[in-house]
Design a protein around this ligand. Sequence first.
Ligand SMILES: [Ca+2]
Length: 249
Amino acid sequence: MEVPALSCVKTPITSLIVRAQWDITADFVKNEEQHLVEHLQKNGGSNFGVYQLSNPTTISMYEVFCDAISEEGFVWTLIESFSRRNKDEFEDKAFFRDYPKNQEAFKWDRFRLSLPRMIATANRSTHVRATCNFNTEQLQYKDYFRAKLSEIDVLRLSFDECKKVEFISIRGYNCTGCTAFFFQKDGYHAHSDSYWAPAVKCQFTSASADAVKSPGGEDDFGCYQTVNPVHRCVSSDDSTTQWWFGVHH
Ligand SMILES: [Ca+2]
């Protein structure tokens, strides 16, 4: 069936909360997220915001944030966003644990899709990325990484090793097409550790120069038991971290 048109416009994100609500029909709702991604792919370049989707099982609405404009050729779905103020709540939540937050009322400072919704999103995604302060500064390539989801499969794997990334930036130190140290296991949110990267012998080691050592080596993009306020994701209590799954087309 045809997907109804969405009224999305290019405006600063601070003023943009786009809500598109569709009639509930079995066929559409069954594949609603797939339809949404296909729609955004067809109309990429003008779509960016919160979409309200219908859950036919519970007859309730839930919200996803989709971004089809920040990176050419990608449609990204936000799977998690939280502020430094709320970091303790997320520090031990590996992505393979079900920890849904505010799916019915999207909030940048505390949000996560349920595990079944993350799995559904991952199944049609090719990439994973993390960003800082997307809600206030949109996409910045300082303090950011992007990798193939097959390399950093956060839903299915514990890891404590070098992972190939397409690009990574930590506090202004950058690396393209190299390996960087990533860690996740039950009880630890996925993150990179810029302090320990040289010991693990990953290619991206330059960020270790200014990394915080104690108590457990600087945690970047999550976990945050050891933080470095120079990193944009944790420079203030209101700073935010985002994780996304994306499809490249
Ligand atoms: Ca650490």
